[in-house]
Write a protein that binds this ligand. Sequence first.
Ligand SMILES: Cc1cc2nc3c(=O)[nH]c(=O)nc-3n(C[C@H](O)[C@H](O)[C@H](O)COP(=O)(O)O)c2cc1C
Ligand SMILES: O=C(O)C(=O)c1ccccc1
Length: 392
Amino acid sequence: MQGQDWSAFQFEIYLNGMNGTVPRLPTDLSRLEEMAAQRLGPGPVGYVAGSAGSGRTERANREALDRWAIVPRMLRDVRERDLGVELFGRRLPAPVALAPVGVLSIMHPDAEPAAARAAAALGLPFTASSAADTTMEQIAEAMGEQAERWFQLYWPKDREVCVSFLGRAKAAGYSVLVVTLDTWLLAWRPRDLDQAYLPFLHGIGTANYFSDPAFRAGLAKPVEEDPTAAVLHWAQMFADPGKTWEDLAFLRDHWDGPIVLKGVLHPDDARRAADAGMDGVVVSNHGGRQVNGAIGAADALPGIAEAVGDRLTVLFDSGVRSGDDVLKALALGARGVLLGRPYVYGLGLDGEAGVTHVLRCLLAEFDLTMALSGYTRPGELTREALTRPGGA
Ligand SMILES: Cc1cc2nc3c(=O)[nH]c(=O)nc-3n(C[C@H](O)[C@H](O)[C@H](O)COP(=O)(O)O)c2cc1C
Ligand SMILES: O=C(O)C(=O)c1ccccc1
């Protein structure tokens, strides 16, 4: 084994069984939602599990991955394997990062620091959401100096707040800026609407803003004196639906590291990202939480990889639930994937240990599936590894 031996987790689980111990959480990560629904509150679970409209696009994400089938190849000596990849100039032990997810404290009191520590302990990047309950500085501290961390920007209307966030993220050691393009407005989300549940109105997810000097300067009264006014101010400056491709020059001027645009679904938008001097895209429909009826993310992936794969680092999220999903995404042209809801359920069900469990399951399953399919490293995976049984 050249890289980290991710599949050792499988044997560890069986060995623990000799002492009568079985895993506290399911090892089929698609079952976590069901367990979370039994054990956690309906508001928080609805917020995480819910999606836009009828849930058509959330289902499309699964269907798009399920339409592909892996075609395993035999007798290829798969003893020496390495899941490691290079992303944005850094060597990572596996092609997986944690997706930016806001308001994690609705799932578990240990929230972002717990998830970030779990990622750091395995050497995987944690993407801190702008809408976190812990400041980016506190998350950085929880992760430790050397740990790879990315900052997700909800690009605010207020220029001063934007510049302040970028300066803080750089100072706190975030290496990659992930700019989310698909959430200028929150979509129509019936599960949240039916329960009239929105965490932000309770001030959840505003830690980066309420601690920010530029944000605070825009308030008539200090946050502590009038929290409701602070939340309302946050709501109107949090995003700017007026942004256009020309505005990316501003971000390029104020961030000297890699910039990745999250939420790209059309090859022409990916080309524009490359033309604007961006470094990567995340092919994503936000887990089906924004445009109901939108294309399944894995259906958009091959066209985008073909259009810009030689100019940009193409990442993927929306629907990844297993090691075979990771294999398919890489074979369809992604260089890495972001894991969303499964780690959030792991956090809700068992804190930091739950996130660790989820990541180790995903990567053990990916390593075993890759080996059993005849591949030894992510770079070997191409469309050749897959077929589409239904045709097309
Ligand atoms: C509860 C929740 C909160 C999220 N918050 C953010 C966020 O703050 N910023 C962001 O860019 N994406 C956010 N996302 C989207 C994720 O980054 C990712 O695109 C999505 O979860 C992928 O879909 P999947 O979890 O079904 O695989 C959120 C997703 C969920 C489920
Ligand atoms: O709920 C989400 O999908 C999301 O992206 C979000 C938006 C604003 C604040 C926190 C999360």
